[in-house]
Design a protein. Structure first.
Lengths: 334, 198
């Protein structure tokens, strides 16, 4: 394993420290814990948004803490759900008194830790609820779908909605409903060309021949649902656009927000070639790519591959998506 | 006894992560971190913590500080076992049976999995049954642990050919066959370490 790091056992802490140091005007860390807050938290009179996940998805979710998106993020060890205690502390530290919405990706460990933290916050008198993100269309049963890219759209749109409602005009129930609308209008799917290496483990998560790819991946370096022969960007985008559009019943005339993500180890050149082909396939179906997001957003360390999220837009969702935010990682080309 | 088994797991952390490769490979790291923290906390406890206290402390630690799926599952199992063994100063075959059964019930309730899903339950359930048999036959703790360990090892072995029904490896369908479930392997390993003579 050849990586830029100091201690393979402390990468999660070290990277988090680096992210906070790079955005000192917006972010602050709770000393000794893997919890990052908005510098000005807690914000009174606004519904609070908290999320989290394992480390290894940088810039997610630390990069999405800031005015207009998350109030706090609790991060786990690499690809490990954050500990209940950290999620609970994040909730308690960021709570502004109007209730807390947890943006919860549908992975077993995240669900267990967040649910326990939610229950404990309620016992402590904080009105906490969650929105379950389960946008991965590679899995047939809705209830088993993994939470992948749509979580970022939820954080942006629900974050903007909560921010607009500052002063107490928007309730937790309103924010949750908006978040759920984003989830039910989103679909995602991805492919991987090569695995990643978790520093504490020191070896790649799987082996794959040069001429094959993994179809239907999550975001934790694991193999996909199926292994197939390597395809061109055009074939990959046709397949992914087809699967997602079908699942969402995207019709001609619909507008979509398009998030084309590299998994961390894929070059910018490749991401933009992929995005070009995705646009062509959307347009050929009469779907308008109204807002585009090309970058990492929620990567899988240095995994090679791409992941696509489509969000069907209404005027309201589009407006919220376009609201300004101070979250350091939102506006970027990588 | 607990300390020795805990240290043995920590040393084998890499092995458990390898088993977890079809998931996300965090198993070994998570469990080792939890056990390390439990050992640290036990070393600063006042007096000589009894069996119930050790289990409760371990349960709190795993639930609150470890994260990942195994953190919460083991946390709930140990917490329930701690309640069932509240105030007990020593461990005997009956106590072992109580602990394993309480843990089993807690994991089923929290994780929404059952035997056959390729999880730690596939080792824990046979272990609980074996300990109950030992207790009913008035065997000593050593024999009960050995029986439980053997049963857990057999259960863990069975998971090799199972298709995972829950957890990250469940997304891989048939591709999840061919490796033991790390949770089941861990239960077997831990019980075997506990059963080894001092």
């Amino acid at each position: 394993m050849k990586k830029i790091l100091d201690n393979p056992m402390s990468v999660a802490n070290d990277a988090l420290e680096g992210m906070v140091l790079s955005s000192p005007d917006v972010l602050r860390r709770i000393p000794g814990r893997r919890i990052v807050l908005r510098k000005d938290a807690p914000i009174k009179g606004k519904v609070t948004l908290v999320s989290g996940a394992g480390s290894g998805h940088e810039p997610g979710h630390v990069g999405y803490v800031g005015r207009g998106m998350l109030d706090a993020a609790a991060m786990g060890d690499v690809f490990s759900a954050p500990a209940t205690g950290d999620v609970l502390t994040a909730i308690q530290s960021a709570d502004g008194g109007l209730g807390v919405l947890l943006v919860l990706p549908n992975y077993g460990g995240d669900v267990l830790n967040f649910s326990l933290a939610e229950r404990k916050s309620r016992e402590a008198g904080i009105h906490a609820e969650h929105v379950l993100v389960n946008d991965d269309v590679a899995i047939k049963e809705r209830s088993r779908r993994r939470g992948v890219g749509a979580a970022i759209f939820v954080e942006k749109i629900a974050g903007a909605f909560a921010e607009r409602g500052r002063g107490g005009t928007t309730s937790l129930a309103d924010v949750k409903r908006t978040a759920e609308t984003v989830v039910s209008n989103s679909g995602s799917m991805g492919v991987a060309l090569a695995p990643c290496t978790i520093p504490a483990v020191g070896r790649p998560t799987f082996a794959i021949p040069e001429d094959e790819l993994e179809l239907g991946i999550g975001i934790h370096g694991e193999p996909g649902v199926e292994r197939v022969k390597m395809m061109t960007a055009d074939a990959i985008s046709e397949y992914l656009v087809g699967r997602i559009a079908e699942d969402l019943h995207l019709a001609s005339g619909d507008r979509a927000a398009v998030m084309a993500r590299g998994m961390g180890g894929t070059s910018n050149m490749e991401k933009f070639i992929f995005y070009r082909d995705v646009c062509r396939h959307l347009v050929s179906r009469g779907i308008v790519p109204a807002n585009s997001f090309v970058g990492e957003y929620t990567a899988s360390m240095e995994m090679e591959g791409v992941h696509l999220t489509l969000l069907r837009l209404s005027d309201e969702l589009k407006g919220l998506l376009e609201d300004p935010t101070e979250a350091p990682a939102w506006h970027s080309w990588s | 006894m607990f300390t020795r088994a805990a240290n043995a797991v920590i040393q084998r952390a890499a092995y458990f992560s390898e088993l977890d490769m079809l998931g996300d490979a965090d198993f070994g790291v998570s469990v080792s971190k939890g056990l390390d923290l439990v050992l640290q906390r036990l070393s600063v406890e006042n007096g000589d913590p009894d069996v119930g206290r050790i289990l409760t402390l371990a349960g709190d630690t795993f639930s609150m500080e470890v994260g990942s799926t195994i953190g919460v599952l083991l946390g709930c199992a140990l917490t329930e076992a701690g309640k069932a063994m509240d105030g007990r100063k020593t461990l005997d075959a009956a106590g072992l049976a109580t602990i394993l059964r309480a843990g089993l019930v807690a994991v089923e309730a929290t994780g929404h999995a059952t035997v056959g899903d390729k999880t730690l339950l596939d080792a824990l359930e046979p272990a609980a049954v074996a300990a109950e048999v030992a207790a009913s036959q008035s065997e000593g703790l050593g024999e009960a642990l050995a029986r439980a360990a053997t049963a857990a090892e057999a259960g863990s072995e069975m998971t090799i050919d199972m298709v995972a029904k829950v957890g990250r490896s469940s997304y891989l369908g048939e591709r999840s066959k061919g490796r033991a479930d790390p949770g089941a392997a861990f239960i077997a390993f831990f019980l075997r370490s506990m059963s080894q003579p001092e």
